[in-house]
Design a protein around this ligand. Sequence first.
Ligand SMILES: [Zn+2]
Length: 128
Amino acid sequence: MNSVSNSIIYPNPRIVRFVSLSLAASWLVIVLLIGVFAFREITGSHYLDALIAPLGFLILILVVLSLFVGSTARCPECRCLLFKQVKSDLSMSAWRPIFLSKWSLVVINIVRVRPFNCPNCNQEYTLK
Ligand SMILES: [Zn+2]
């Protein structure tokens, strides 16, 4: 269970990279959308309102795409889904922001081109 120990090269790098990038993109769009709402609240201007529908649509597309492709990204060791909340992690993370849950750490590590760990068995993987 030591994450520093032997890393395995993940067999489907394109799948996990795609899911991570689209999830990261959807987080970015969510931040943008919050920015648009904040702009409206602060300035009282409806200047950016036209962006709300396309941004919301973009988030929907990105999330559906990541869920769809992510449902094929499994850990070769324990067969558990990489982009999924682990049961044992739920009680602990109920109060934590989404960014600290284990599957989002997978996303962050892949986007930063770092090794990532399976959220279930903790096996470390690298992308080559
Ligand atoms: Zn695993």
